[in-house]
Design a protein around this ligand. Structure first.
Ligand code: ATP
Ligand code: MG
Length: 252
């Protein structure tokens, strides 16, 4: 079995934090092997997971086009990039991390995106879980990483405006060439479950997977540049993530 879990949401809502905590949960519960994909060009997933931010796939593609590297004879472009991607994989004890990277120029990636999608599809099949941390827009998700997603979590803050924006993201995602089996809302940094919030969620028709409380310790860890996996077990946010994972990830 191999399942793909994606995270989307407007800027700063907590996609990277929640994705990292879900990865920690998967590692702790031995749901391995796990592939973490950083699909946000400005992302901090590596740091949030306590890893070094290495080169991404886009850099490999750029180097290849700039240096007009010639393919070793008998090696197709697809096979060539497949090997390069294997070398890029940042392998740790619990999971492997792959960064999509930041494009430096306005180059055309259409061809390469198609090649990448094929490679990524094969790659993700060799993992039990793939967790994709997306940028606020969903372009990379549709173009490079996956054609199908088992569970997409849309992260929102607790404000009515935030929840309406999560609804729009959900509609936008439906227009992409990507099959998503289930989509859920997660309200993050929740301080107080107001009547307005409950009403807005009901109006949005989004299925709520859970709320994650505002947790001083998460903020402290990120301010100190420490990985969020250091969050203590008694942290209320960690408990909330545990419940979400048990209900919506375990067994998909
Ligand atoms: N439940 C929480 N309690 C306290 N702080 C939180 C919580 N969730 C996230 N944060 C903090 O909020 C900030 C933004 O979180 P994060 O980087 O995960 O958001 P993001 O959606 O990935 O942002 P971007 O759109 O820039 O990628 C970080 O400093 C993080 O530590
Ligand atoms: Mg992020």
């Amino acid at each position: 079995m191999s399942a793909i879990i994606g995270f989307a949401g407007k800027g700063g809502t907590g996609k990277t934090t929640v994705a990292s905590l879900v990865i920690s949960w998967l590692v702790k519960n031995k749901k391995t092997p796990i592939l973490a994909i950083d699909a946000d060009p400005n992302s901090t997933l590596a740091e949030t997971l306590g890893l070094k931010d290495d080169k991404g796939i886009v850099q490999i593609v750029d180097e290849f086009s700039r240096e007009k590297e010639t393919l070793p004879t008998g090696l197709s472009k697809e096979r060539f990039f497949e090997q390069k991607i294997q070398e890029l994989l940042n392998e740790t004890d619990g999971f492997d991390l792959l960064s999509m990277g930041r494009p430096e120029g306005p180059g055309c990636y259409c061809y390469i995106n198609n090649v990448l999608r094929g490679i990524m599809e094969r790659l993700t099949k060799s993992y039990m879980y793939t967790v994709i941390d997306n940028e606020a827009g969903m372009e990379h998700l549709s173009r490079r990483t996956a054609r199908a997603i088992n569970v997409l979590f849309i992260i929102s803050d607790e404000t009515p405006v935030g929840i309406r924006s999560a609804r729009r993201i959900c509609d936008l995602v439906k227009e992409l060439e990507i099959k998503i089996k289930s989509t859920y809302l997660i309200v993050n940094r929740n301080k107080n479950t107001s009547e307005e919030m409950t009403k807005e969620i009901k109006n949005s028709k989004l299925k709520l997977a859970g709320t994650i409380p505002e947790d001083e310790q998460i903020y402290k860890l990120s301010a100190e540049g420490k990985p969020v996996s250091e969050l203590r077990d008694e942290s209320p946010a960690k408990k909330a993530i545990d419940n979400i994972c048990k209900s919506f990830i375990d067994g998909i």
